[in-house]
Ligand binder design. Structure first.
Ligand SMILES: NC(=O)c1ccc[n+]([C@@H]2O[C@H](COP(=O)([O-])OP(=O)(O)OC[C@H]3O[C@@H](n4cnc5c(N)ncnc54)[C@H](OP(=O)(O)O)[C@@H]3O)[C@@H](O)[C@H]2O)c1
Length: 334
């Protein structure tokens, strides 16, 4: 490998980002210095939540023109000037949309090959055992405050966050209803053990579909979508219901967010709504990862990956997230 390519930000997007917002830049390798490693990036993730940072500041600073697009990745150490890593080690970390990266030896996690199995791939560490899975874990267990028998409704339930959340909910003894786009995704939710799947593209008004699926009301709404989906869930909340704001994917590309209309329900039904930033739970990550890895190995928790070949396809694959094209955790194989 004498040269590598990476995607940088070419312009701040308005609406769904198109290819012109990104530039594929050839790079020459620099020498690595003490405390650094050179990593060949094998896979990197495409995350809807990055959308905000392409246009401006979010809970982390916005990207500037020319910055490498940030994401989680799995890669192999090619060269090391660190005592922590040796050539051949497989690591996960914030590697970016790139074929290779020179990285400090901090913020990288060695993936022990002994942990991997048919059920657990290295890429799981940037999916079900990475930010998406941890968002589901802490959003449900902490903000959702689940009690056995509760009804949990999840929007974008077939995505990596939603599908993990639903399976964790079943494991806790909840009644789980997922909302997803199309019959294939709804069949997937049934295969995962969800009690009901609502196809938001089927034409039935969403509030009526939720009412039919949740005759006793919704105790926990785990929201990845926002806008009209959030209002449809709000009018079905049970007294003292909890709304976990994980994401607002239906709002990310709007200049003027739709927001919430059904606010009165908060008063009449004593509802509580709270957002999370998963990184706030960082001190508890390793315990959660161990528990979720045990569930995966026991066959209680599974995950689906949607792997697209070729770094050149990253922008289109990213835009497709906002049209519902992905089936599971969308990754680029470089
Ligand atoms: N708070 C945190 O710390 C944190 C961390 C990570 C992720 N998140 C959030 O978690 C959410 C889920 O992330 P993910 O990685 O698992 O991705 P994901 O759910 O797979 O997101 C893409 C999916 O969102 C749905 N979608 C896209 N545009 C939509 C629209 N306008 N209306 C309704 N549905 C739409 C589509 O599913 P359908 O085909 O089923 O409609 C699409 O396949 C995102 O909102 C993300 O920002 C939050």
């Amino acid at each position: 490998m004498s040269e590598y390519r990476k995607w940088t930000l070419a312009s701040h997007p308005v609406g769904v980002p198109d290819r012109d917002c990104f530039a594929l830049v050839p790079c020459a390798f620099d020498d690595i210095e003490a405390g650094e490693v050179l990593i060949k990036v094998d896979y990197f993730s495409l995350d809807p939540g990055m959308r905000g940072r392409l246009s401006g500041d979010s809970y982390a600073a916005g990207l500037k023109i020319g910055d490498t697009i940030e994401s989680a990745g799995v890669g192999t150490i090619l060269a090391s000037k660190s005592e922590k890593f040796a050539p051949g080690d497989v690591v996960s970390g914030a590697l970016g949309w790139s074929e290779a990266v020179v990285h400090r030896d901090r913020g990288l996690k060695k993936i022990e090959q002994g942990l991997l199995s048919e059920k657990l791939s290295a890429t799981a560490f940037i999916g079900v055992l990475g930010v998406p899975g941890l968002t589901a874990w802490f959003g449900l267990n902490d903000l959702g405050a689940p009690t056995q028998g509760d009804t949990l409704v999840i929007s974008s339930a077939a995505g990596p966050v939603g599908a993990t959340c639903g399976q964790l909910g079943k494991h806790l003894g909840l009644r789980v209803v997922g909302i997803a786009g199309g019959p294939k995704k709804c069949a997937y939710l049934s295969d995962l053990g969800f009690d009901e799947a609502i196809d938001h593209k089927a034409g039935t008004p969403l509030n009526a579909a939720i009412a039919a699926a949740c005759p006793d009301g919704v105790n926990i709404f785990f929201d990845n979508v926002g806008a009209e989906t959030l209002d449809a869930a709000l009018v079905n909340m049970a007294p003292n219901g909890r709304i976990v704001v994980s994401g607002q994917v239906a709002e990310y590309n709007r200049e003027n967010p739709i927001g919430i209309r059904e606010v009165t329900r908060f008063i009449t039904h004593r509802l509580r709504m709270e957002g999370l930033v998963v990184y706030d739970y960082a001190p508890k990550f390793s315990d959660a990862i161990s528990q979720m890895a045990a569930l995966i190995n026991a066959g209680t928790l599974s995950y689906t990956e949607d792997i697209i070949d070729g770094i050149e396809n990253a922008p289109d694959a990213y835009a497709g997230l906002f049209g519902g094209d992905n089936f599971g955790r969308r990754l680029i194989k470089t």
